[in-house]
Design a protein around this ligand. Structure first.
Ligand SMILES: CC(C)(COP(=O)(O)OP(=O)(O)OC[C@H]1O[C@@H](n2cnc3c(N)ncnc32)[C@H](O)[C@@H]1OP(=O)(O)O)[C@@H](O)C(=O)NCCC(=O)NCCS
Length: 325
């Protein structure tokens, strides 16, 4: 028994902020942001908006496309580090907004790798026969946790949510192989000390600077390239394929220079890598499921194609999953 994604969905806050919008409040430039990151705009939560609403909308889209009612789900797993509450989990909050009772709902905290980690938890449980229908969510709003005076981090992140409905199936389609890794010794390369209050780009008050997202970007850049390339090669080999067999790579969207460097290391043509970060920025755990949903909608892959998901983020964490669609 294995598991297969049968519906995907995405949702973002209503307002997109361009690089020019950020120029007005930070010492930065559209030219710097585009050339160093590939990002042109990102959706940012404004004061009063709720990531829970956004994740619920993405989940409803995924359920609709799967043709499954929320009440049929056996579990909800959310990859997120952005819950407004230390507890209950974000997944429990989504459970309530979806109106589902008596099923397990919990979060997986793996920062930008959150969706890939959550997908693996769902897949393994379904392989073991524990659940038959699972909603997996990736949702984050890191823009509410950055230091809006720090141009090195504030321009990078966007907010949003993506979701996938998975069902257990005997195969041959579905999740073929997943590999996960963490390097706790390097946790201080990307961290956030406390969740605390939200401080959106438009809010008047600011988080205590000590409680904002901290990142050692250049060091992280090198590790992200190596780890994403290595895990991608490994997961494909372990599943008995070569990279040439893969139809499309759907990576975590952190920086176009990271994505190109990973492709170069792997000898992958750039057009095999789905990129949408110019419109979203780095949406952390939401980036892979948002990209998956968009790539599917754009016809970048179809039934029986091999689709590779990979991600790297705070923890450090990284992982990759090979799917036969
Ligand atoms: C963050 C990142 C884009 C920075 O790019 P970089 O080329 O390494 O840039 P640096 O941090 O070395 O900074 C170079 C210069 O640009 C400046 N700079 C940084 N951010 C800037 C901005 N938004 N606007 C204008 N200038 C900026 C710096 O101050 C520095 O100037 P200095 O040399 O006068 O001090 C890049 O390191 C990166 O993408 N790292 C990985 C981050 C990541 O993926 N994190 C999430 C992982 S999931």
């Amino acid at each position: 028994m294995g598991s297969r994604i049968i519906g995907t969905g995405r949702a973002v806050p209503p307002v997109s902020f361009s690089n020019q919008d950020l120029e007005r409040q930070l010492d930065t430039s559209d030219e710097w942001i585009r050339s160093r990151t590939g990002i042109s705009s990102r959706y940012l939560m404004r004061t009063g908006e709720s990531l829970l609403d956004i994740a619920t909308e993405a989940s409803r889209h995924a359920l609709d496309k799967a043709g499954i009612k929320a009440g049929e789900l056996d579990a909800i797993i959310a990859g997120t580090v952005s819950s407004e509450y230390a507890f209950p989990s974000f997944a429990c909050q989504v459970q309530r907004t979806l109106g589902v009772t008596s099923i397990p709902a919990f979060d997986v905290a793996a920062a930008c790798s959150g969706f890939v980690f959550a997908l693996s938890v769902a897949d393994n449980s379904m392989r073991a026969g524990v659940w038959k229908k699972v909603l997996v969510i990736g949702a984050d709003a890191l823009s509410t946790m950055v230091d809006w005076g720090d141009r090195r981090t504030a321009v990078l992140f966007g907010d949003g949510a993506g979701a996938a409905v998975m069902v257990s199936e005997p195969g041959p389609r579905g999740v073929l192989e997943t590999l996960l890794r963490s390097a706790g010794e390097a946790w201080d390369l990307l961290s956030l000390r406390a969740t605390g209050v939200r401080a959106s780009a438009d809010s008047e008050w600011r988080r205590d600077v000590a409680d904002t997202l901290k990142m050692r970007g250049p060091e992280l850049f090198k590790i992200a390239v190596k780890s994403m390339a290595d895990i991608t090669r490994q997961v494909v080999e372990r599943a008995g394929f070569t990279l040439a067999d893969v139809r499309v790579v759907i990576p975590h969207q952190a920086n176009i220079r990271i994505l190109n460097a990973v492709a170069d290391r792997l000898g992958l043509p750039y057009d095999k890598v789905f990129v949408n970060l110019e419109r979203y920025g780095n949406t952390s755990a939401a980036s892979v499921p948002i990209a998956l949903d968009e790539a599917l909608e754009a016809g970048r892959f179809g039934d029986n194609d091999l689709v590779l998901l990979n991600a790297c983020g705070g923890g450090l964490t990284w992982g990759a999953s090979l799917l036969r669609w």
